[in-house]
Design a protein around this ligand. Sequence first.
Ligand code: ZN
Length: 198
Amino acid sequence: MELYSGHINKLIEELAALPGIGNKSAQRLAFHLINMPQDKVNRLANTIVEAKANVRYCKECYTLTDKDICPVCANKNRNHKMIMVVENTRDLTAYEKTGRYEGVYHVLHGAISPMLGIGPGDIKLKELVERLQGDVEEVIIATNSSLEGETTAMYISKMIKPTGIKVTRIASGVPVGGDLEYIDEVTLLRALEGRVEL
Ligand code: ZN
């Protein structure tokens, strides 16, 4: 049933396909966009297209960045022998906001999930192994405390153990299933400082 115009229906459909946007929100956003001035709509559309075209993976840590090497990896004052493994760029940002972590990162872009059919080959694990050929003293596993995050942590720990590199896991106390980005900075720092060797 065509309640609105075909164009509005299509817009609602596209918006509703985004994570966290239900049908009602999609409708609200669609009508908001239609009522926005033309130049603002153009700016938004261009921003999306340009971001998609220009954002890439950092060649070292695989976070999303505008440059070949992200600002963290490019910073000589950071401790490049300490690598914190996170699931995504949002988690990296959460730790950066604390301003207290001095090492570098490795972004997996996901976690192992047998249920969803996501295996070790589907996230940036091979790339992590390659980085470990260099001078690395400690790998801090900071994946989420969800089932997937724990599975991934266990996998990485088993993978790194034979190399003799120190492997630690951030302390629990981070709520189970909680996305790292929603956790406050104090909790994040406590989790980092209380990390335990695996
Ligand atoms: Zn980087």
